[in-house]
Design a protein around this ligand. Sequence first.
Ligand code: PGA
Length: 243
Amino acid sequence: MRIEVFRTAEDVAAAVAELLITEVQRDPAIVLGLPTGRTPVLSYERLVAKRHRVSFRQVRTFNLDEFVGLGADHPGSYRRFMERHLFAHVDVLPAHIGFLDGAAADTQAECERYERAIAGAGGIGLQLLGIGNNGHIGFNEPAPELAARTHRVVLLPETRRANAADFGGDPDQVPREALSMGMATILHARRIVLLATGAGKAACVQRMAEGSLTTMLPASFLQVHPNVDVLLDEPAAARLGRR
Ligand code: PGA
């Protein structure tokens, strides 16, 4: 795990935007795994500001997760989030955007379809990740066992609280379940770049990078991946190396 610490969250975002531009220039048909959440918003903003430098016309994308019950048009859906923050502003083709359909009648079949779509695209080349305060990646929540593949998951109360902003600030309005790539889906990406900013992430970042591997901190499994970059601001890095 390569760890790089930047002074501010803006510096992290600038580095992420440069990294994405470089990777897309190197492989214009790259398959990107993309996150939602507060952390990547600044990175998407920076990328959009530099969009004249790169074309996404051949790029394919797969987002990590989506809320169960929310269709692509629901204002709280992650599909809409991505439209607002990235897709509407770059030249990615709608047909190249892979997304879990939270409104699918048969969620099991939808998860299987997603796995096939990712495999059919040749697998994920670069997976961008955030990390939850509880150490989740995607919606792989801490638990005695972790699902390997794309699956339906019950969200923990802290995760629903963390997502309340897009639901009028009320955690009860946040859907109780989501569909998420599994741990193996994520860990099969050829390269992973995890971003974390702010003091609230310092404890889980320390456990992720320096603690034991545990299903109770799903991000700790990134330690076994051979090609992971962790980009942090100083507050998120504050507990590293202090054991
Ligand atoms: P956040 O979420 O960026 O909103 O903190 C991260 C995550 O849950 O993966």
